[in-house]
Design a binder for this molecule. Structure first.
Ligand SMILES: [Zn+2]
Ligand SMILES: [Zn+2]
Length: 334
């Protein structure tokens, strides 16, 4: 899939679900809604959400854990159902994002080349949310950023058959609704509308909000070289992705929620897979290293002089912690 095809796909995958949301609202207003619509929307949201968070992001892009091939490609396929394009291109853009986060070359930073003030903020948020996907200059060469993934034939197959697999994710909830309602044709169509298209709209905007809001509003626990933030209210709908400052501090960690109260559904799934021996080589961050990094810098907005002194005294230590990650290969870092 070349850049032009990718842009067309993203355009269709953005506009059609938006039109479907409007259509679904009109139907809802006229009381055309089945209980099965809620069921299939939830089921498909969970499948495609884990596909993006656990599959595309933590497993493929950051190699946070390993699993058996059927599960690996099952998770990648679940990610395709979200309508965010092929896994190889998604991973290439995202590895590039980590490499030059909020610096020139970042595919979706809300902070680059936007004028100060409200207008610039809105332009930056729009660009990082969805606008970047339609940028004609957008390139993240998969051969450079994810040669490891390009080598995997099933992932290339998903790229080549992207439209077919994405459409199957629209038809499937309709068939499920048809089955659970005992053969209602109306439920078949509204199931496709809700569980297929409205659900794609929801999961996409939640994922994109991590790129926009997650680099703008929220709290910073770790001093990172970018503007990443933890956005608590997005954590559950994004399956844990919204602990984005934690993630930028420790990109390879399988756990993005790093405190007991930071709910991280993807981490729970990976933990469950590990316990049942379906996942191994799960990347965890040494608590001591995490504490050191956290103690080194307070939250940016409330850094006291004392803490700054502490930071300065620990700067000899912090870069070393970074170097541990950066000493790994390009693929490993991101
Ligand atoms: Zn980010
Ligand atoms: Zn990432």
């Amino acid at each position: 899939m070349d850049g032009r095809e990718h842009r067309w796909f993203m355009l269709i995958a953005s506009i059609v679900p938006l039109a479907a949301v409007l259509g679904a609202m009109v139907l809802l207003w006229n009381s055309v809604f089945h209980w099965s619509d809620l069921v299939v929307t939830l089921v498909m949201y969970v499948i495609s959400g884990f596909g993006i968070s656990t599959g595309y992001h933590r497993m493929l892009t950051h190699r946070s854990f390993e699993t058996y091939k059927p599960i690996r490609y099952g998770l990648a396929t679940a990610g395709v159902l979200a309508g965010q394009g092929p896994p190889i291109i998604w991973a290439a853009h995202h590895r590039k994002h980590h490499r030059v986060s909020d610096k020139p070359g970042d595919p979706h930073s809300p902070h680059l080349d936007f004028p100060p003030g409200f207008k610039g903020m809105m332009a930056g948020l729009w660009h990082s949310h969805l606008g970047w996907l339609f940028d004609t200059k957008l390139t993240s060469d998969p051969m450079r950023y994810c040669p490891d993934l390009v080598r995997e034939k099933p992932l290339r197959w998903l790229s080549e058959n992207l439209l077919l697999v994405t459409l199957a994710g629209v038809v499937a909830p309709g068939l499920l609704a048809y089955a659970i309602t005992g053969g209602s044709v109306q439920a078949l169509f509204t199931g496709m509308l809700w569980g297929g298209l409205v659900r794609i709209f929801l999961i996409n905007h939640v994922t994109y909000a991590v790129n926009s809001i997650g680099h703008y509003f929220g709290r910073r626990r770790f001093e990172t070289t970018d503007h990443s933030r933890n956005v608590f209210w997005l954590a559950i709908p994004s399956f844990g992705e919204a602990w984005h400052n934690n993630h930028h501090a420790f990109p390879r960690s399988a756990h993005h929620g790093m405190k007991w109260y930071e709910v991280d559904p993807s981490a729970i799934l990976i933990w469950g897979m590990e316990k049942t021996r379906l996942a191994w080589k799960v990347i965890r961050i040494d608590p001591e290293r995490m504490e050191m990094r956290e103690a080194g810098v307070s939250r940016v907005s409330s850094a006291s002089a004392d803490k700054r002194t502490l930071l300065e005294s620990q700067q000899k230590i912090a870069p070393m912690a970074d170097r541990t990650a950066e000493g790994e290969s390009l693929v490993d870092v991101e």
